[in-house]
Design a protein around this ligand. Sequence first.
Ligand code: AMP
Ligand code: TRP
Length: 329
Amino acid sequence: MFPKNKVIFSGIKPTGELHLGNYLGTLKNWAALQEQNKCFFSVVDYHAITVPYDPKEMPRQVLDIAIDFLATGINPEKSVIFVQSHVPEHTELAWLLNTITPVAELERMTQFKDKASEQQTVGAGLLNYPVLMAADILIYHAELVPVGEDQYQHLELARLIARKFNNAFGEYFTEPKAYEAPVPRVMSLLEPTKKMSKSAGAGHCIFLADEPEIIRKKIAKAVTDEGGGMGEHISGGRNLLQLFKVLSGDKVLKQQLDDQYRAGELKYSEFKPLLAEAIIKLLEPIQEKRKELMSKPKEVEKILRSGRDQARLIAGKTLAEVKEKMGLT
Ligand code: AMP
Ligand code: TRP
């Protein structure tokens, strides 16, 4: 059943352009969820600075992600949209939650291990990243968190932190659950054994801002074979078909293509242009809205300020209650 009357939180890091994986893995859900739920959507800049970054680029990156939220249909009249660092209560709660989070749990996180292996020195912020994420969610008593599959492990940890707090200081936090997207894991176009990710390079992703000609070229080059015989799960062709299935409303065509795929008879020379056009059609209105918003940065900033004020009201109340429970009055 589609969620109703729930509190929902999600965030995206301002670390570069958003791609189809971000959209289908999480953002697409947000606009639908905001209709009948209380939604909080945040540009999580304090998470973005846990790996090396360029401070000069950060303000523009934050604004860009906020614009993407709005361009994909998040409505500031219905949802609270804000920048994480504008609500200092998140970091204060994160400190408190740090005290009950086992280091071993943090060291076990796949994302931590992956990112730490890419760096010579690993900042403590990278290790503590999931504690801040738990604080982001718990501070609004969020029940559902729409994220892609790569974040499920962090959510599991947020649940553990909530439980530990409740056990130590009395029943208080709700245990949040992941809200799964239609495509929780969109795979790379060139290496379908890996998830679509901007760090792999532009050819691996369709960016939300890609022009039609670029989209046609990227899809034409997408790998379709079975990726070394490890089965359907990682087939490039299956990934493309899955994308088409969520983008097209044509049930008959979807069934036909599915049958052809299963029989090993899908003609990619015919199917790929269909997929490219479906993506172009999806992105056209988003790109148009994006252009319009780019020319009105002041308006976007105003939305973020209003979001901050709404968020702080709730976050401040939670923080005060938590401190009281912890004996910090
Ligand atoms: P990131 O860009 O890594 O901050 O991710 C932002 C959101 O997009 C998170 O909810 C991720 O789980 C989701 N996401 C990122 N890449 C993918 C992907 N390839 N497939 C599905 N969801 C994704
Ligand atoms: N860790 C998430 C990611 O990499 C971003 C994030 C931070 C988040 N805080 C959150 C997502 C809270 C959902 C809820 O994509």
